[in-house]
Design a binder for this molecule. Structure first.
Ligand SMILES: [Zn+2]
Length: 164
């Protein structure tokens, strides 16, 4: 999808041409790309394709300049984020979806076994930060309750399975 490629270029921190901010240098192009992404999100033809929807949502965030999520929102499609614990540095897998809603340090948590799983605490949209709340509201408005539900976990609280 061309929009997804475009945003990967825009959001990349690895820029060959110095500190130039594409959001300033190409403000007009960014506005046009935002409009295209918004139109595509409302496109009924992608109604059954959750992966494509998340990719487009990620593209929109990139064109809006929310670079962190423009590079990582696709974790929604994988139903997993991998993050180091800020306290003990253990790699934690934050899983939300088919296998349940929990954090664990066991990368093979999808298999039967004794992996320690700490339940995630979802956050109510009214308690989310602005950008997260907007994302949640957009998913609801676009008829994506499943995505909206995952966002409450992604923006909720997780505890380290090692030291938490
Ligand atoms: Zn820890």
């Amino acid at each position: 999808m061309p929009l997804v490629l475009a945003v990967a270029i825009v959001a990349s921190q690895d820029r060959p041409y110095g500190d130039e901010d594409p959001h300033e240098t190409y403000a007009g192009e960014m506005a046009a790309l935002r409009k295209l992404a918004q139109e595509a999100l409302r496109e009924p033809s992608s109604a059954d394709d959750t992966h494509a929807y998340v990719d487009l949502l990620q593209a929109l965030l990139g064109f809006e300049g929310v670079d962190v999520w423009a590079e990582h929102l696709d974790g929604l499609n994988d139903e997993e984020f991998e993050v180091p614990c800020p306290a003990c540095a253990s790699e934690n897998f934050i899983a939300f979806g088919t296998h349940g809603y929990f954090s664990t340090t066991d990368s093979r948590y999808m298999c039967e076994g004794s992996a320690r799983k700490v339940p995630l605490a979802p956050r109510h949209p009214s308690e989310m930060a602005d950008s997260a709340r907007r994302l949640h509201a957009r998913a609801i408005a676009d008829g994506r309750p499943g995505i909206a539900d995952k966002l409450t976990f992604v923006f909720g609280d997780a505890h380290c399975a090692d030291c938490g």
